[in-house]
Design a protein around this ligand. Structure first.
Ligand code: AR6
Length: 170
């Protein structure tokens, strides 16, 4: 099975896909950026599911580099896969944790049977990862990860992000 990687510029909460990946934080209880947008547009069912996860398997929160699924609420998707990217650091290489977000999200997508998955540029906003390097890790990891997902769609919010990914896709 080959996975097709596509790029679109836009809002990830407007995508029609099986699973939307959220650039969350360990608390799973919301935040700004993509996380804020997903909870706003997806509605309170997502947060309710996140609270259940915190009350059960993830009492201490979701560790960086891991992924877990909830309902997608009112989004045009079946699931939200929450993953926690690392904050960018100049004195420590956290690339493998960022790569792990993509690997683990695809693993969860496979468990769910998702065939189309939309990803944001994890860690490349509030967590400060330089966009060009975020694109390198995102595309390199997805290409190197065996998965039954048929389409991985990167949804880039602005032109600069889109161009960084497009330059790496060629
Ligand atoms: N659709 C697609 N991309 C978006 C959207 C959107 N609606 N909104 C922002 N982006 P960020 P992080 C882009 O900050 O760096 C939250 O508070 C954005 O321009 O959402 O992993 C969490 O709770 C950037 O390119 O995620 C965490 O605390 C990319 O998505 C923290 O931020 C990721 O930016 C996670 O920070």
């Amino acid at each position: 099975m080959t996975t097709t990687v596509t790029l679109v510029q836009g809002d990830i909460t407007a995508q029609s896909v099986d699973a939307v990946v959220n650039a969350a934080n360990s608390s799973l209880l919301g935040g700004g950026g993509v996380d804020g947008a997903i909870h706003r547009r997806g509605g309170p069912e997502i947060l309710a599911d996140c609270r259940r996860l915190r009350a059960s398997h993830y009492g201490r929160g979701l560790p960086t580099g891991r992924a877990v699924a909830t309902t997608a609420g009112r989004l045009d998707a079946r699931w939200v896969i929450h993953t926690v990217g690392p904050r960018h650091s100049t004195d420590e290489d956290r690339s493998d944790l960022l790569a792990s977000c993509y690997r683990e999200s695809l693993r969860v997508a496979d468990e769910l049977g998702a065939r189309t998955v939309a990803f944001p540029a994890v860690s490349a906003g509030i967590y400060g990862w330089p966009m060009d390097d975020a694109a390198r890790i995102a595309l390199g990891t997805v290409r190197a990860t065996p998965t039954a997902v048929e389409e991985v769609r990167f949804v880039l919010f602005d032109t600069a992000a889109y161009e960084a990914f497009a330059a790496r896709l060629d």
